[in-house]
Design a protein around this ligand. Structure first.
Ligand code: MN
Length: 251
């Protein structure tokens, strides 16, 4: 098996999403152990109210799968997304994973590659960007995490319901990345390749920035299309999740 690295995002794992969890189990059992490294670029969970929610039964199942993977020798990297931005060091340690800042520049078999969740690039959604700035303030997070866990979960569930409602009325275009924001980010990091999720529009794009061509790969969301992006020294490509029919893959 050629040395390779896998990238996933937007699994939105939750007790109420059994299909995504089943796909994740198959992925962790069959595909992920073959990889040298697995990068999870945000929104692993449907929401994350704080690392003190590790005791939750469903969360423990996810953590155990990742811990088994990392114990088997695959390096696991965890980047918070917008839904699970409160993922912290305690969760990462429990998974045997390394927590990543957004964005993070890595050398992928020698090629500079910038990793991001992607929500910071959706600058046309002004309302969302104002919210994003607020929830990323350390004071806001400290105060929020000081509230009882049940209260935090209820608050986030209410926010999620509101956001689902807003998504139905917001124009599709404002929920995609802004080209100028992508170009600015690529310029700032000296024209790397970019891999991100969040927009749920899996695709390979090319951007001309300062006369240089930069690849941008957008990862699929697991509600509609469970899958990973696979990179080996010969290049990048999509990798599906083994089908559920094959009982050998089901743990
Ligand atoms: Mn997201």
């Amino acid at each position: 098996m050629t040395a390779h690295t896998l990238f996933i995002s937007d699994l939105h794992l939750a007790a109420g999403h059994p299909d995504s969890m089943a796909a994740f189990r198959r992925f962790i059992a069959a595909s992920a152990p073959q990889a040298e490294a697995l990068y999870i670029l945000g929104d692993l969970f449907d929401y994350w109210a704080g690392d003190d929610d590790l005791a939750d039964d469903f969360h423990r199942q996810v953590v155990e799968l990742l811990r088994g993977l990392s114990a088997g020798g695959t390096k696991v990297f965890l980047m918070p997304g917008n839904r699970d931005l409160l993922m912290g060091e305690r969760l990462a340690a429990a998974c045997g994973a390394t927590l990543l800042a957004d964005p993070t520049l890595i050398q992928l078999y020698g090629a500079p590659t910038l990793l991001s969740h992607g929500d910071a690039l959706c600058t046309d959604d002004l309302e969302y960007q104002r919210f994003r700035v607020q929830v990323r303030q350390p004071d806001f997070q400290t105060q929020f995490l000081a509230r009882p866990l049940t209260e935090r979960k209820a608050y986030i569930e209410q926010l999620r319901a509101q956001s689902e409602q807003q998504k139905r009325v917001k124009a599709g275009a404002i929920m995609d990345v802004n080209e100028a924001a992508v170009a600015a980010l690529l310029r700032e990091h000296h024209h790397p390749r970019l891999i991100h999720g969040h927009t749920h529009r899996p695709q390979r794009h090319e951007h001309q920035v300062d006369g240089k061509v930069c690849e941008r790969w957008v990862l699929p969301d697991w509600d509609s299309q469970p899958g990973a992006l696979r990179y080996d020294p010969s290049g990048l490509g999509w990798q599906g999740i083994p089908p559920a029919m094959d009982a050998a893959f089901v743990k």
